[in-house]
Design a protein around this ligand. Sequence first.
Ligand SMILES: Cc1cc2nc3c(=O)[nH]c(=O)nc-3n(C[C@H](O)[C@H](O)[C@H](O)COP(=O)(O)OP(=O)(O)OC[C@H]3O[C@@H](n4cnc5c(N)ncnc54)[C@H](O)[C@@H]3O)c2cc1C
Length: 385
Amino acid sequence: MEALSVPRPEWMTEELGMLEEQTRRFLSHEMVPHIETWHEQGMMDRSAWNKLGEAGLLLAGIPEEYGGAGGTFAHETVINREFALAGMDQIGAPLHSGIVAPYILNYGTEEQKKKWLPKLASGELVGAIAMSEPGAGSDLQAVRTTAVKSGNGYVLNGSKTFITNGQHANLIIVVAKTDPSQGAKGTSLIVVETDETPGFRRGRKLKKLGMDWADTSELFFEEAKVPAEALLGTEEGQGFFQLMRDLPQERLIVATSAIGMIERALRLTIDYVKDRKAFGKAIVEYQNTQFELAECKTEATIGRVFHDHCVAQHLKRELDTATASMAKYWLSDLQNKVVDRCLQLFGGYGFMDEYPISRMYRDARVQRIYAGTNEIMKVVIARTL
Ligand SMILES: Cc1cc2nc3c(=O)[nH]c(=O)nc-3n(C[C@H](O)[C@H](O)[C@H](O)COP(=O)(O)OP(=O)(O)OC[C@H]3O[C@@H](n4cnc5c(N)ncnc54)[C@H](O)[C@@H]3O)c2cc1C
């Protein structure tokens, strides 16, 4: 049962309703039964990527001529919400399909699109985007990784950290300076096919506060040689512009995950408080429980309507970066608040790892940090004042 009674947005067509159903069924049969194992081993199985590809759940918004499912960002949104509702917020697929693939679609040459997109759609290639470095996160102009022209190609040197899909990825878009004497204008995106790149090395899969099975790693480039065609597009120095143009979508993807997790937390908690008894009656019968959940449901409804509005704007290509930043910051903050309040209603069980609400509490924290911290979101919003 849906936790919120929000009218379906106009962009939610009958076809998307079917996709929602299919995704829900696929995840519950093929993915959710493995979550416990992935949690224990600290990583999703590599084969899950191929299964997602076979089910058509990778690159849903990419044209069919490049191997995608020929949908729009609405298709991606429906799938991403299902990941969150199923408790799979840790999966790197939204980044693979909604961030990595669009960079190639939007800025790649015809040859690059034909070479990489079909393999990303099938799961043969797993994508990652490597921006952050030990010394450069929010301030990406401080990136120190270099890609220097050498013969008929580039030589990469530098290190990246916190990279989602870092262990599984075999196609990594690396933010590097092709002209270190310049700031933003000297930055380019270099597509590294790791299987064919000597000098590329994966570091540790990092241990984290939450998102235990999410694949987050360090990457190293030591005289790593790539061909000239690894430059995304045809012109050096376009990297920053390319990154900036795609930011609204990246922020919206986090917002979708946030609202999905809020809905999941509410659903789990409502079920729990109806069942659990104290002092001879169900917890839900106490007015405090009712008021807590009434407030959470109200804010979640506001959040869902704003989220759906942002998706509608984005589908019309009218979502500006400031509004997308509002969605990312406000919904990820709300996710943390709602999950915390829900956890309280579970009592001690809310603190136990085997109860999903406990993992959701830990997982929620990073949503305020990655894809641009919530402080950076406010910096962006404040520019419009
Ligand atoms: C689980 C996880 C997955 C990630 N996945 C990826 C990935 O796939 N690819 C990738 O490239 N990166 C990834 N990141 C990195 C993430 O995007 C960065 O951690 C984030 O951008 C913040 O950068 P930082 O950690 O260097 O913090 P810093 O930039 O050092 O910020 C530290 C603090 O200072 C604040 N601050 C910084 N600048 C300002 C300012 N101008 N005004 C006000 N406050 C400011 C920040 O808000 C923050 O509170 C991931 C991170 C995590 C934790």
